[in-house]
Design a protein. Structure first.
Ligand SMILES: C[S@@+](CC[C@H](N)C(=O)[O-])C[C@H]1O[C@@H](n2cnc3c(N)ncnc32)[C@H](O)[C@@H]1O
Length: 239
C-alpha cells in the first residue's frame, strides 16, 4: 500500500519540526491569547508560556479517558495547565501530585487547583521528571501526556512550549519509563498518552530496553483542522 493511500485513509500528514515550531509561535506569543479557556465544561486559567489545553484535542481526550485510581494516588508528570491533575482530583483520587519542569506550569496548575476547589488534595511540584520526589513517594497510577514529536538529540528546546511538544532523542520518555518503577505502588499502573504522530517504534524499543511492553488501552480519533488525529493511551507492563 502506498504512503499516499495511507494518508488518504487516515488524513494524517507528516509534520516537520519547523512546521510544528511555527504553529507554536502563536500559542507562545499571540497578543490575542485569552487568560483562560473552556474545556470539559469548566473554565481554566491559562498562564503565558504554558502548553494551552486547547492547542489540540489531546488534553481533553486524555483528561476524559485516563483511568483514574478512585480513592488512590495519582502522579501526573508534565501537568501544564493542570487540567488532567485537577480532573483526577474531581474524579475521586484521594491524592494527586502534579509536576512540571516549567515553573509557569507549576503556578498555572496551582491556580487551577484553587479555582476548582481541589487544592487540598493536589500537590504541585517544580520537578525535572521524578527528581523532586522522595524515595517514599509511590503512586497507584502514573501518567504523562508526552511531548510526542521526535526530534534529533541536538534539537534546541528554545522555549517552554518547545519542551512541551518536542522530545529530543525521546530522552524524556526514556527517563519517564525507566524511573517509574521506583515510584509505583504495589500493583501500580504506568500510563502514557501519545498520538499517531509519535514514533511508536522508538517508544516500543525504549519500553523493551526497560523490560516492559506497551499495551494500547484506548484509541480516540478526532477530526482536527488539517487531519484526523488519533490519540493513544498506552499502559506499560513488565514483560
Ligand atoms: C504535551 S504537554 C502536556 C501538558 C498537560 N499535561 C496537558 O495535557 O495539557 C507536556 C508537558 O510536559 C512537560 N515536561 C517536558 N519535559 C519534562 C520533564 N523533563 N519533567 C517534567 N515535565 C516535563 C512540559 O513542560 C509540558 O507541560
Amino acid at each position: 500500500m502506498s504512503h499516499t493511500t495511507k494518508e488518504a485513509e487516515t488524513m494524517t500528514f507528516e509534520e516537520s519540526p519547523e512546521t510544528v515550531a511555527q504553529a507554536l509561535q502563536h500559542a507562545l506569543l499571540g497578543d490575542d491569547l485569552p487568560d483562560s479557556f473552556t474545556l470539559l465544561g469548566r473554565e481554566w486559567d491559562l498562564h503565558r508560556g504554558v502548553f494551552p489545553g486547547t492547542l489540540s484535542a489531546a488534553t481533553e481526550v486524555m483528561a476524559s479517558t485516563v483511568p483514574y485510581p478512585k480513592g488512590g494516588s495519582f502522579l501526573e508528570v508534565g501537568c501544564g495547565t493542570g487540567v488532567i491533575s485537577v480532573t483526577a482530583a474531581l474524579h475521586g483520587c484521594a491524592s494527586v501530585t502534579a509536576l512540571d519542569i516549567n515553573d509557569k506550569a507549576v503556578a498555572n496548575t496551582i491556580a487551577n487547583a484553587e479555582r476548582h476547589g481541589v487544592a487540598d488534595r493536589v500537590r504541585v511540584l517544580h520537578s525535572d521528571m521524578y527528581t523532586a520526589l522522595g524515595p517514599g513517594d509511590r503512586f497507584d497510577t502514573i501518567f504523562w501526556n508526552v511531548p510526542w514529536t521526535y526530534v534529533e538529540d541536538d534539537f534546541s528546546l528554545s522555549t517552554d512550549l518547545h519542551t512541551a511538544v518536542f522530545d529530543p532523542g525521546y530522552q524524556g520518555q526514556a527517563r519517564y519509563i525507566t524511573g517509574a518503577p521506583e515510584h509505583l505502588a504495589d500493583g501500580g499502573r504506568l500510563l502514557l498518552g501519545t498520538a499517531d504522530l509519535g514514533d511508536r517504534e522508538r517508544l516500543d524499543a525504549l519500553a523493551d530496553g526497560a523490560g516492559m511492553r506497551c499495551e494500547l488501552l484506548h484509541r480516540v480519533r478526532r477530526i482536527e483542522e488539517v487531519r484526523v488525529m488519533e490519540y493513544h493511551i498506552l499502559e506499560l507492563h513488565p514483560k
